[in-house]
Design a protein around this ligand. Structure first.
Ligand code: AP5
Length: 217
């Protein structure tokens, strides 16, 4: 299958997938689709999917594959996905990766490129423990880069909040789930020949520069 425009962002919780996806989707002119964001919107909106997903998310476990694959399949049918998608947080299990390969094949979108962002575990825990997200615009920040006591978004002035799964026990669980269920995807995509490994340390702009260089080479 020829390589298409769709791009997958792999990385442990806190590796900076969301931060990078915002920069890279703009640079590459493709749509940012985050399964975590779609699920959180469903939880906030009180939908049936949100009700099914909430308990898994709060514990730091993965939402069942069938729910996720149906959700992504439906999202890919929308018009705004026609020019390419940057997948953030999907796929996360081997069955999800195989389902995506099949969907891309069936719809003639071509093979996805895969960027794996690599960050040491100690730094992941630091990043997740201090993350703040804006309720208004979704801007992602970290307490270490905000003036002490700031509770509003530096971009839009919206309220900053801490995600319910960014507390110690769910963080531990998410990292364990990632090691067990998502890391095998490195081998899956490595063997298909589309895997680009990128050092995720240093300022976000430097990480984005490395990812873009890898994607364009
Ligand atoms: P999801 O929302 O995808 O969460 P995650 O994978 O745990 O990833 P995060 O959003 O926590 O981290 P990130 O890598 O995006 O880092 P970020 O850029 O925010 O999923 C949440 C839950 O939904 C899952 O646990 C699961 O239950 C469910 N789910 C979602 N998709 C699913 C699927 N496919 N299958 C099944 N279940 C699914 O950055 C983190 C922090 O680091 C921020 O504070 C940021 O400011 C900081 N930072 C970022 N880059 C840098 C840098 N270069 N240097 C210093 N700090 C940085």
């Amino acid at each position: 299958m020829a390589v298409g425009k769709d791009t997958i962002m792999l990385g442990a919780p806190g590796a900076g997938k969301g931060t990078q996806a915002k920069i890279l989707s703009q640079e590459l002119g493709i749509l940012h689709v985050s399964t975590g964001d779609i699920l959180r919107a469903n939880v906030a909106g009180g939908t049936e999917l949100g009700a099914k997903a909430k308990a898994y998310m709060d514990r730091g476990d993965l939402v069942p594959d069938d729910l996720i694959v149906d959700m992504v399949r439906a999202r890919l049918q929308e018009d705004d996905c026609a020019h390419g998608v940057l997948f953030d947080g999907f796929p996360r299990t081997l069955p999800q990766a195989e389902a995506l390969t099949q969907v891309l094949q069936e719809t003639g979108r071509g093979e996805a490129r895969v960027v794996a962002i690599e960050v040491a575990e100690e730094e992941l825990v630091r990043r997740l423990s201090g993350r703040r997200v804006c309720r208004g615009c979704g801007h992602i920040s970290h307490v270490d880069s905000l003036p002490p006591g700031q509770v509003t978004c530096p971009d839009c002035g919206g309220e900053l909040y801490q995600r319910s799964d960014d507390s110690p026990e769910p963080i531990r669980q998410r990292l364990q789930v990632h090691a067990k269920q998502t890391e095998p995807l490195l081998e899956y995509y490595g063997s298909r020949g589309g895997l680009l490994r990128v050092d995720g340390t240093g300022p976000p702009e430097s990480v984005a520069e490395r990812a873009l260089t890898a994607l364009r080479s």
